[in-house]
Design a protein around this ligand. Structure first.
Ligand SMILES: [Zn+2]
Length: 287
């Protein structure tokens, strides 16, 4: 069969349904959407009709493609989540599970996600202060989950975990960890300050923070330390770490979790009203 014949055979008349018909131009039209199912080409001086998708068929195949694409994205997201959020507790920290006990901070964190490309450009990280149970880790992980939804690579980890790999892991594991510290779009280090405080560990912590600093990518840190403790640190090795973190995390949220009951209820009420009215802050204040 010649090439021309092969092409000619593409004029797939089997696609013809009972409602399809030939128009005055001699081409097949879809009975449903009334658009062409054939296209005429000239090949080696011979006119041939070749099959093309009509409007409705094109819509069908686009929808199928979008579905496949959506499935692929879901697979990628699952993988990002699996790799980045190794602790199962982190998976449940999402904005839609937020109890809104810190509504102002929730708003700021959502805003951070919305403005992520700009945050990346500015290399602006977040430092969450606050005692145990104030919800700072929750918010940090909610940012992580929301960015994974946007197909960003995020790693949520802790210094004890990083240090155990750096100190006890295999070469390959160590390399892998350092690569991830540099390459992830966002690195979240939960609970700074709980790691062992030996000169060696402090040196390792500095090398981790410094690797991220040199990669010029955002870092989010949560800590039980207070801003005062961080700023008043006199130990030189720790001072060096904190200075760097302070520079990398210009957005500093002091989550006290001490909102008085009445105040909190009022804030929840305002937030709920805002949501119910569908007023997105973004539309009001951005640009
Ligand atoms: Zn059609």
């Amino acid at each position: 069969m010649s090439f021309a014949e092969v092409v000619a055979n593409l004029a797939d008349k089997s696609l013809q349904t009972s409602t399809d018909d030939y128009a005055v131009d001699g081409l097949l039209y879809c009975g449903k959407c009334k658009t062409r199912k054939q296209h005429r080409i000239t090949l080696f001086g011979v006119e041939k009709e070749v099959g093309i998708p009509c409007k409705c068929r094109k819509a069908e195949s686009d929808a199928l493609e979008a579905r496949v694409q959506g499935m692929n994205e879901e697979v990628i997201r699952d993988r990002l989540r699996q790799e980045g959020l190794t602790d199962e507790a982190y998976l449940n920290c999402t904005f839609d599970r937020d109890d809104l006990r810190n509504p102002e901070y929730t708003k700021t964190c959502k805003r951070y996600v919305e403005e992520w490309p700009e945050m990346q450009r500015l290399n602006a990280g977040v430092l969450f202060f606050g005692g145990v149970g104030t919800g700072k880790s929750f918010l940090a992980c909610a940012i992580a989950n929301a960015l994974i939804d946007q197909m960003q690579s995020v790693s949520v980890t802790s210094l004890p975990r990083i240090l155990s790999v750096l100190q006890g892991g295999f070469d390959e594991e160590r390399k892998n960890l350092l690569r991830r510290i540099r390459e992830y779009d966002l690195l979240v280090i939960d609970d700074l300050g709980v790691e062992r405080d030996t000169p060696y560990a402090t040196e390792q912590v500095y090398s981790v923070i410094d690797a991220r600093y040199l990669a010029k990518k955002p870092l989010i840190i949560t800590t039980n330390l207070t801003a005062r403790e961080i700023q008043a640190e006199t130990n030189l090795s720790r001072r060096r770490i904190y200075d760097r973190i302070w520079e990398m995390c210009p957005i500093r949220l002091n989550i006290t979790g001490e909102t008085r009951r009445g105040e909190n209820a009022e804030a929840v009420r305002i937030e709920a009203k805002r949501v119910l009215e569908g007023k997105h802050e973004k539309n009001q204040t951005s640009s």
